[in-house]
Design a protein around this ligand. Structure first.
Ligand code: C2O
Ligand code: CU
Length: 489
């Protein structure tokens, strides 16, 4: 074997895995020309996110600045929206690093109110989790805070505020964080990272009052009319028919569920919140409740030059949530004017996951409840809103089995900070195929069970409904994890 030819280094942000693979692909073809089956040039430019800039020369440390600030954006044609942004864009800068890398984020709050940054799904120390009043005090306007932690697991994660979450997130504060596993197969698919969200704007582009609809708005969970993919309305991805794509999707909407469907196409889901699943699952529709992620393979097929719509299909998450709601296009895949290529064999992404040992596990029972205080709707856990809740005790090394029962007329996507869990069925056997989760949908009148084992990261950890109007109305609690090294404090 001869040595691969020396190639000129690409600009730093491009030298991440994707481009390196393209270069390797050229070497493998041994022709130096473009791969004839490749995606059209600039195929993903309509959904490209601005990459975060790494200012640390150490390849294993990603160090960046991040500012939360108001920025005028044109989200509706010809209209100006004073959006709340990370670094001036929706979504915020796309952070991409490898598992085991250290991430240092010098954060500055230039918003007119306090905030924090929560790193959704990451198993990091409690002090870095962005839980106001627990991890850290709220970051006041004009103040700074440095987040500094090691990225422990591969997968797609995201970041968002944890103060007035429904309002701040709804105004545009969220971003994606992709943690690569350099050892995973190279040819899983041409990758798109898709941050799905929605926004509630007035006709003139102004931000809608986050309290619209009062109690009913709170109960329903406020959705915005403007559907966004990486901050764009109905963008078009150019594609080569037959060529496999890998979509890494996060639902960053504050209340909206995304059920996606494409006519005559299926989704092959290979992973979720915490990396690959035991084995892939194929389905005609893909459902992501707020906070959840999916890693899916899609092979667009059709006549050259035709367009495939990726549609939002109403998902029944309780009383009135599908009433009078048409399907909507989220984005489109436009097929290049070139013959369909033969799909290459799908590499193995199957992963061995060991069920947690439940011998001696502590049972924890929660009910998601609705209440009232001072004539206003509240929500809670076991009848108690977050501001009156007593933390659930836990010890480092302990395993718990949580049973979460929904007594309300709306679904609740239940999220636990800082730890992955394994979903269980009624007999407490793991639900197959297994995967690591941090957010699970608890349907109307339904019960969900999961097992969680606490590693050595003591501290206070939040759990809450990820319909953020519900969380803000009180559907939130704390886990008080004690013992271990105390490194989390
Ligand atoms: Cu996305 Cu408290 O979480
Ligand atoms: Cu809820």
């Amino acid at each position: 074997m001869s040595q691969p030819p020396v190639v000129a280094p690409a600009p730093a942000p491009l030298l991440r895995r994707g481009s390196a693979l393209v270069l390797l692909g050229l070497v493998a073809l041994g022709c130096g020309g473009p791969d004839p089956g490749a995606q059209p040039e600039g195929w993903d430019s309509a959904v490209a996110m601005r990459p975060a800039a790494d200012r640390n020369p150490d390849p294993r440390t990603f160090e960046m600045d991040l500012e939360a600030r108001i920025q005028d954006l044109e989200l509706l044609e010809g209209k100006t929206t004073p959006a709340w942004t990370y670094d001036g864009t929706i979504p915020g800068p796309f952070i991409r690093a490898s598992v085991g890398d250290r991430l240092v984020v010098h954060f500055r709050n230039t918003l007119p109110e306090p905030t924090t940054v929560h790193w959704h799904g990451l198993r990091i120390p409690a002090a870095m989790d962005g839980a106001p009043g627990h991890s850290q005090p709220e970051i006041q306007p004009g103040e700074t805070f440095t987040y500094d932690f090691v990225l422990p697991d591969a997968g797609l994660y995201w970041y968002h505020p944890h103060v007035h979450s429904a309002a701040q997130l709804g105004f545009g504060l969220y971003g994606a964080l992709l943690v690569d596993d350099p050892t995973e197969p190279a040819d899983i698919g041409d990758e798109l990272v898709l941050v799905l969200s929605d926004m509630a704007l007035k006709d003139d582009g102004a931000l809608q009052d986050p309290q619209t609809g009062l109690d009913f708005g709170t109960l329903f969970g406020r959705e915005g009319d403007l559907l966004l993919v990486n901050g764009k309305k109905n963008p078009i991805v150019e594609a080569r028919a037959g060529r496999r794509q890998r979509w890494r999707i996060v639902n960053a909407a504050k209340s909206r569920y995304f059920q996606l469907a494409m006519k005559e196409h299926t989704f092959t889901r290979i992973g979720g919140d915490g990396g690959f699943m035991e084995k892939p699952v194929e389905s005609a529709a893909l459902v992501l409740s707020p906070g959840e992620r999916a890693d899916v393979l899609v092979v667009p097929r059709g006549a050259p030059g035709s367009t495939i719509a990726v549609r939002w299909v109403p998902y029944d998450r309780g009383y009135g949530t599908t009433f009078n709601r048409p399907e909507e296009e989220v984005f489109r895949v436009h097929l290049a004017d070139a013959p369909e290529v033969t799909e290459t064999p799908r590499p193995k992404t199957e992963r061995t996951l060991t069920p947690l040992d439940l011998a001696g596990a502590t049972p924890i029972s929660l009910e998601l409840t609705q209440g009232e205080q001072d004539g206003k709707v509240t929500m809670g856990i076991n009848g108690v809103p977050s501001w009156e809740a007593v933390p659930i005790p836990a010890t480092v090394g302990e395993t718990q089995v949580w049973t979460v029962k929904n007594t309300m007329d709306f679904d609740h996507p239940f999220h636990l900070h800082g730890f992955f869990f394994q979903a269980l069925d009624e007999s407490l056997a793991p639900i197959r195929p297994m995967e690591w989760k941090d957010t699970v949908n608890v349907p109307v009148d339904g019960t969900r069970r999961f097992a969680v084992r606490y590693d050595d990261r003591p501290g206070m950890w939040m759990f809450h409904c990820h319909i953020l109007d519900h969380a803000d109305a009180g559907m939130m609690g704390m886990l008080d994890l004690q013992g271990g090294s105390g490194a989390g404090h």
